[in-house]
Design a protein around this ligand. Structure first.
Ligand SMILES: [Zn+2]
Length: 86
């Protein structure tokens, strides 16, 4: 029986093949990438990390510097701003 902290599914389970046996390794899960709120495209230039690591980044490393950055992709931002002007 694994130890109590390893019984939860918080950590990912990876089977690593070694020459002698297959070992079970526990690893942290990957964080989801930020997506555009309108079209669902993956947002480039938006950092993906744990909340603690994100807090250590500078403001400009977290997302691009423009309106709707980190929320909408560039093409959706363009469309939104144009529709608001007209
Ligand atoms: Zn979009």
């Amino acid at each position: 029986m694994p130890r109590p902290s390893r019984r939860s599914r918080t950590l990912r389970r990876i089977y690593v093949k070694t020459p002698k046996q297959t070992k079970l390794v526990y690893a942290k899960r990957k964080h989801n990438k930020a997506h555009c709120a309108k079209c669902g495209k993956v947002l480039p230039g938006v950092a993906t990390a744990s909340p603690y690591k994100l807090s250590k980044l500078s403001k400009t490393e977290k997302r691009p510097e423009r309106p709707y950055a980190g929320v909408l992709c560039s093409s959706c931002t363009r469309k939104t701003i144009k529709s608001k002007i007209e």
